[in-house]
Design a protein around this ligand. Sequence first.
Ligand code: NAD
Length: 312
Amino acid sequence: MTPAKTQPERMFGVVVVGVGRAGSVRIRDLQSPQLPPSPLKLIGFVSRRELGNINEAKQISLQDALSSAEVDVAYICSENVSHEEYIRLFLNAGKHVLVEYPMALSLASAQELWKIAEEKGKILHEEHIELLTEDYAFLKNEVAGKQLLEGSVYFTGGPLEEERFGFLAFSSIARLSRLVSLFGELAFISATMEEQKENQYLKMTANLETVDKRPLTWIEERGPGLKREWHINFLFDSDRLESIPPPTQGHKNIFLRDQEIFVKKLLGQMSTEDLAKEKKHILHCLGIADEIQKHCQHLKKEGSSAGAEGTV
Ligand code: NAD
């Protein structure tokens, strides 16, 4: 085995695009010394607001970020509706991309972005911190070796505006990603969406099925005052799982762990099989989100035309 090197052989200049909650954590992580030393070096950040400097990181224009030879990597941490455009711009400028989930708001767009990344020979990494948490590790362990008979996941949280974050099945793809990681590929069966625009309230119910034709229901309820919580109910052949112990360490360093996975990809340390598996997982989840959205849009259209007929 080669001994751990103290200094990375090559450094990758990084620019962070979008300085909200996720972007700020990324900047903090990039500015914190790592052991072993990270091959990533923060060059600056891009924001629509005038933010000046954040510690030593300077604000740079999008054009400079795209054209600078110092920038090898872009972290896309802006709102979901802008992800696709930024990914396209940075990949075409010859940069590697790390994007906070979801990478795009349709399956077709994600497939296209992946094609560009492959043609350009660049890494396209979609962050999936939901698979790096303590509660997910608990679930993975609980589920191992058991046969699921039926299950549901019910998530509540504050409003997520569609204009900024996209259709709910995309903006909340973390739940779907966990279900797929726990129970394998899922088939879309049906979905409904309850919406009260004036109250910023949304409730999506998606009926899914495992390859063994076991029903899995995903409910996502969003509105002002709704606490960020998720409830599970998994009935197995052996027992039932209805609660997850609270994490002992909070969600510590999950963005940093995601970054470590990205670095492995940059350094060519992830196997082709693992890369292909991850890509398949991401596209599968985005494909289901796409089906949920199309189904709900279809129901909405049918509902409004039935309503229109009713008034004739
Ligand atoms: P946020 O609202 O806190 O931040 C979004 C930021 O992006 C804001 O500062 C906004 O000004 C900026 N922004 C929006 N459009 C932009 C544009 N066109 N160009 C540049 N900047 C722009 O949201 P957030 O929670 O940080 O989420 C950002 C992304 O991270 C989303 O894709 C979300 O799905 C993902 N994500 C967030 C978390 C989390 O814990 N916050 C977890 C996982 C994934």
